[in-house]
Write a new protein. Structure first.
Length: 65
């Protein structure tokens, strides 16, 4: 195993953050706003479907048949 090298101090970037322009442009959304809305709706649908399946499995497991 190699010997560990001593750690070097990291320079603080506070000076660079203060010099940045506050009017930076936001990053573009990869799929567009319609794509993001679609993905949110699909995620919501899958969560509801998954919870419904869990509830049905619990009812099936504890059913007094």
């Amino acid at each position: 195993m190699e010997e560990a090298q001593p750690l070097k101090p990291v320079k603080d970037d506070k000076e660079n953050k203060d010099n940045k322009d506050e009017t930076e442009e936001p990053m573009p959304v990869p799929f567009g706003m319609m794509g993001v809305a679609f993905l949110c709706n699909v995620l919501q649908y899958s969560v509801f479907l998954g919870l419904t399946m869990v509830v049905l499995m619990v009812i099936h497991y504890f059913a007094p048949f």
